[in-house]
Design a protein around this ligand. Structure first.
Ligand code: MIG
Length: 818
């Protein structure tokens, strides 16, 4: 409370005796305003139960501990006792999470909130919060009570959480960071930024995924700090024994996600934030992009070359130059006089057309998009109500406020013309948002934030996500329930529900090939499985070797697209001469052979929440050394690759997880659980198939659905033990799979004492056109002689390479080779 006497003294002091009469005007008792400093929770004084949550208080501040499931618990802090709106762009709105049971137990020194799997302990005397299993083991604990500091310029608080870092703990996650997989010893910030030609360790980049996983060999847990303001993470960098995260505003709100395996944590993170829907099949083929292919003759020429050279390709991209003066949703009629015809011709030849759309709308009174946006007040405004204006490609622009649901709805309808023209997919760029000169919007820009309101400080990191969300929703309606294909550069946690992503403007260097390898694994662990790099490097000039090695990595990138900046030399697969072309072709063909496998791992991602790329740490966290491996990764469950990322490399040490592994380009089988030296000739790369797998394979096609499949080829690899494999098939286009119109085949392969058996279970309502499987067997013991399928004996056939195969009805139940 201000001390009035003191105040008077103070006034007399600085103003002199005569101004005492005016004391009530000098109403600024500076000395009595509490200093701005960090405040910490003190002691727990009481608690109350509110539905699935308990709210603890130290008398003033409140902490809510809400139970989402047995393994997911959310903690929120209200420094003055009032929580902010419970709203999130990241978390799914249709969450179906429930704990099986939970209870509160009061001990002398603590409260225990217990679920069937997790114990959250709130220490009474200091408000430390910790998490552990139900047997008393602590997995993650506070190093300091949650704290905050008033933010006088903006209101609200800087909010902080500091946890202990164990000496052997490694950290993973955070989206697109261009650094080592293990984040330990580093500090990061999240503020979506247009970072052309970014470097190793540069931070922040384009995306904000405030989710990390802490791992020791025995336990993993996740922390999802769902805060859209500029956030910071320190992984035992400043203090070797502490991990902190904090924000410049908003609420200290985080989800603790229990393991014990990294895979469990990632799946549960997907439960909260969703997965990517099944992409249209063509979206996982090979894509050719360039800034920019124009005019029309150039686009047609590139497409023709692909077909002439028999190099498969499913999509061709039009970058900004297709527009009329960079006005979104228009065509430059000089370059593209009849876009509808061009797109139809390309489609007849098996090419989908994807076009760029940016957020900046040209300030031009004669331009319908600008007119509509202006009339309906859809553009962002500054603190003092001026329109937010800035320069981007079209010149002076205004920017839609995608955090307004009405604006999202409107933006979605703008694609009508492009969809009518036959455009199949949309590429959203510059949505950090990027503004020339100043980088991004100033902080005072106001946003609707779905009715909750906020300045750009709060909306910045979700701007791109909300843009691509509206693109996705719009396309879904316009394309009559066909699955949209969208790609975005900026993202916030949960963006996977609406879009694929790419890593932005990388450089044509070997270092960047490595950065891409790290980024894609990290994105995949952070919920954004459908990700890719600009193969070959966006800026700079790759030589044939770098381009080709990058193409090889591209086969095992969930999104496979070559892209390059306008001022670089040609980047088509044939641009580096016939030798490199032949290798690139071989590898693009490999992508097409693997399509049914890749499609299946997208299904596993969508339905079972499994990340597509799996670093070794994720496959085998129980071996401490594996937490540091970063070049090998699982591409789905059955294929392991280790891209070649150095020039002139003729061999490479590759760690293979437990099990047996078949080298894809030869006969050799390697024992897992150890490292091997693998030859890396230019036309091969370390690719291995796990013993016991069933890998579906399509014949090479020039584009998806070019040919009908008469019989599905399944490659079966002998491997001791019992192994599960899946093959997912649907018609590749609509959301009918949500009504079970798909076919999921589950194969259980058992190999023991030279006997191999395969059982099959089929689920779903889709019936493929083919009736038979051709089963090819690899690594069969010499003793294997006869084949019995559902009781009948079947005769062996052999292909040109001598590989034994049989044809069986696709409904077969059980097969034994002994
Ligand atoms: O200011 O549209 O990252 O992929 O080719 C550059 C032109 C804008 C940046 C994207 C890049 C794209 C380029 N864009």
């Amino acid at each position: 409370m201000p001390d009035l006497e003191k105040k008077e003294e103070f006034a007399v002091d600085i103003l002199g005796e005569e101004s005492l009469d005016n004391i009530h005007h000098v109403n600024n008792p500076v000395l009595d305003v509490p200093a701005i400093e960090k405040n910490y929770l003190s002691q727990v004084r009481s608690y109350s139960k509110e539905g699935n949550a308990y709210v603890f208080t130290d008398g003033k501040a409140k902490v809510e501990v809400r139970i989402f499931s047995d393994e997911i618990i959310r903690v929120r802090l209200a420094p003055q006792g009032t929580f902010l709106d419970d709203f999130s762009y990241a978390v799914k709105t249709d969450l179906h999470l429930h704990p099986t049971s939970f209870s509160l137990e009061e001990l002398e020194d603590a409260y225990l909130v217990k679920t069937a799997a997790t114990t959250c302990r709130i220490q009474k005397d200091n408000f430390f919060i910790s998490f552990g299993d139900t047997k008393g083991k602590t997995i993650n604990r506070d190093h300091a009570p949650m704290h905050w500091e008033e933010s006088p310029d903006f209101g609200g608080y800087y909010v902080y959480c500091t946890k202990e870092a164990q000496s052997d703990e490694a950290f993973f996650g955070l989206g697109d960071k261009s650094t080592n997989l293990n984040l330990r010893g580093r500090r990061f910030s999240n503020w979506n930024s247009d970072t052309y030609g970014f470097g190793f360790n540069q931070d922040p980049l384009y995306k904000t995924i405030p989710f990390y996983i802490g791992v020791t060999d025995s336990d993993a847990y996740g922390i999802f700090f769902d805060n859209t303001f500029k956030t910071f993470f320190d992984f035992a960098a400043e203090q070797n024994n502490q991990t902190s995260f904090w924000s410049e505003g908003g609420e200290l709100q985080y989800y603790y996600i229990q393991g014990p395996l990294m895979m469990d944590v990632i799946k549960r993170y997907h439960e909260l934030t969703g997965t990517h829907y099944m992409p249209p099949l063509w979206a996982i083929g090979y894509h050719q992009c360039r800034w920019s292919y124009y005019p029309e003759a150039n686009v047609r020429e590139v497409a023709e070359q692909f077909r002439k050279r028999s190099i498969p390709c499913d999509a061709i991209y039009l970058d900004i130059d297709y527009m009329d003066g960079y006005r979104c949703f228009t065509w430059n009629k000089r370059y593209f006089p009849d876009p509808k015809k061009m797109i139809a011709d390309l489609a007849a030849d098996g090419f989908k057309t994807v076009v760029m759309i940016d957020p900046g709308i040209k300030v031009d009174e004669d331009y319908w998009v600008f007119q509509e946006g202006k009339e309906n007040k859809y553009f962002c405004r500054r603190g003092d109500d001026y329109f937010m204006e800035g320069y981007v490609w079209p010149g002076r622009c205004q920017f839609p406020d995608y955090t307004n649901p009405k604006v999202r709805e409107w933006w979605g309808t703008l694609y009508e013309g492009l969809v009518e023209d036959g455009v199949a997919g949309v590429w959203n760029d510059m949505n950090e948002p990027a503004v020339f000169g100043r980088g991004t919007f100033p902080d005072d820009v106001r946003h609707h934030f779905d009715g909750i309101r906020g300045s750009h400080r709060k909306a910045h990191n979700v701007y791109g996500m909300q843009m691509v969300r509206s693109t996705y929703d719009g396309l879904k309606k316009l394309q009559k329930n066909k699955r949209p294909f969208t790609i975005t550069r900026a993202a916030y946690a949960g963006t996977q529900r609406y879009s694929s992503v790419w890593t932005g403007d990388n450089i044509a260097t070997w270092e960047h090939l490595r950065i891409g390898l790290l980024q894609l694994q990290r994105l995949s662990m952070s919920g954004l499985s459908f990700c890719g790099t600009d193969i070959g490097g966006f800026t700079g000039e790759p030589d044939g070797e770098l381009y080709t090695r990058w193409m090889q990595f591209g086969v095992f990138s969930p999104f496979m697209r070559v892209h390059s900046a306008g001022d670089t030399r040609d980047r088509e697969p044939w641009s580096f001469g016939p030798e490199w072309e032949a290798i690139c072709k071989k590898f693009i063909e490999l992508r097409y052979k693997l399509l049914p496998y890749i499609y299946t791992i997208f299904w596993r991602q969508h339905k079972y929440r499994e990340p597509i790329l799996r670093p070794i740490s994720l496959l085998e966290q129980h071996k401490p050394k594996n937490l540091l491996r970063e070049e090998e990764f699982g591409f789905g469950d059955q294929i392991l690759v280790s891209p070649v990322i150095n020039p002139g490399q003729t061999s490479k040490v590759v760690y293979l997880p437990e099990g047996s592994w078949y080298y894809y380009f030869g006969e050799k089988v390697f024992e897992g659980g150890q490292e091997h030296l693998i030859d890396t000739p230019l036309d091969e790369m370390p690719v291995f198939v796990k013993g016991g797998s069933v890998i579906p394979e399509y014949p090479v096609m020039q584009y998806t659905f070019e040919k009908n499949i008469d019989a599905l080829k399944l490659n079966i690899y002998y491997g001791e033990g019992t192994h599960d494999s899946y093959v997912y098939i649907d018609h590749g286009e609509t959301f009918a799979y949500e009504q079970s119109v798909y076919n999921e085949k589950h194969f259980i392969v058992e190999c023991q004492n030279n006997v191999l058996s395969v059982r099959q279970h089929i689920e779903g309502l889709y019936n493929e056109r083919f009736d038979t499987y051709k089963l090819y067997f690899f690594g069969l013991p010499a003793e294997s002689k006869s084949v019995h399928v559902d009781g009948d004996t079947v005769a062996w056939s052999y292909d040109e390479e001598g590989t034994p195969y049989i044809s069986v009805e696709k409904e077969f139940r059980k097969l034994i080779i002994d």
